[in-house]
Design a protein around this ligand. Structure first.
Ligand code: DGY
Length: 324
């Protein structure tokens, strides 16, 4: 019997063709009406789901009686209720590693863009405001030689730290659950408590996964610990930052600026952030390059295919479900 796959996002038509060699594939199509309704209708037939950006837990999956695997085209898996999936024996896979360098590139571009005000000054130039050489009111801040604070020195955090240390001569501080001696040796990085990092860093870069421990890790108290001249960069998950507190900090000059790729609610259609010049707002594009999204989707297809064939997928988030 051919198994059924519901490909709900991030899978190109060519990739669907590849999956069709082994599985029946259902792809919700916006031209055919409501996507959520099509997803829900297909769910009871599906043995595998592949995609990203959709919260999936008990409420959404109660009719998914055949489901064996969810293959997320993302490294983060905060959208999924892992305990529930594990209780149901549903494998969950993600796509680590392949997006590390692209996401670090984007993180560093937020450091550069917020410090050198590139988006703001691009809009200013295009609005025809460049009548004379720019004065101090439009000056930015240096990046080279400044202190880089990495909150969460995992793969992506380390890749950002490498860019800062070796490309921009930045001393690196990091905080997290455990010390990383090999990275300390490679990067000359110094481990410290979050409060100390916040007080010393010129760029505070958030690269932690979202969990109960990291939700609102950065709120009013933490923002008040930062230097007035510092920038907050968030490429992890929006809820790691208390957004109203950040808006107040940016409005009142408690910190100099921010570079954000993620928000408490996405997509962000309206926000007090939009009125602020000292914040760069990007639409969650950490991994959004052609090369990287292709690599992620291919890795996710490999994980999905392995699980549906009873083989152990490479990137299993909940290993206890896999008995093969
Ligand atoms: C991820 O993979 O978790 C990134 O946020 C891109 O979706």
């Amino acid at each position: 019997m051919r198994k059924t796959v519901l490909a709900f996002s991030r899978i190109t038509p060519q990739m669907v063709e590849r999956l069709q060699q082994e599985f029946d594939v259902i792809v919700p199509n916006p031209k055919l009406g409501d996507i959520a309704a099509q997803f829900n209708e297909a769910l009871p037939k599906a043995h595998g789901l592949i995609g990203a950006g959709r919260p999936l837990g008990e409420a959404q999956l109660k009719d998914a009686g055949n489901l064996e695997v969810i293959s997320s085209v993302s490294v983060g898996y905060d959208n999924y209720d892992v305990d529930y999936l594990t209780r149901r024996g549903i494998a969950l896979t993600n796509t680590p590693d392949v997006l590390t360098e692209s996401t670090a590139d984007l993180g560093f571009s937020l450091i550069m863009g917020s410090a050198r005000r590139t988006a703001e000054l691009d809009a200013w130039t295009k609005a025809g405001q460049w009548k004379a050489t720019v004065g101090p009111d439009l000056f930015g801040s240096d990046v080279h030689g400044k202190t880089l604070g990495i909150v969460g020195l995992g793969n992506i955090g380390a890749a950002i730290a490498r860019r800062g240390r070796f490309g921009f001569n930045m001393p690196v501080l990091y905080s997290g659950n455990s010390r990383k001696p090999a990275l300390e040796a490679e990067l000359g990085a110094t481990f410290c408590a979050l409060d100390e990092l916040l007080a010393k860093a010129d760029f505070v870069c958030l690269v932690v996964p979202l969990s109960d421990k990291t939700r609102h890790l950065i709120s009013r108290r933490e923002l008040a610990l930062m230097k007035k001249s510092a920038f907050l960069i968030n490429i992890s998950r929006g809820p790691v930052v208390d957004e109203p507190a950040l808006v107040d900090a940016l409005q009142s000059g408690l910190i100099r600026g921010a570079g954000l790729d993620v928000y408490e609610r996405e997509p962000l259609a309206e926000s007090p952030l939009f009125a602020l010049k000292n914040v760069v707002t990007l639409p969650h594009i950490g991994s959004a390059t052609g090369e990287t999204r292709t690599a992620m989707a291919e890795r996710a297809m490999d994980n999905l295919t392995a699980a549906l064939k009873g083989q152990r997928p490479a990137d299993l988030v909940n290993p206890s479900v896999f008995k093969g």
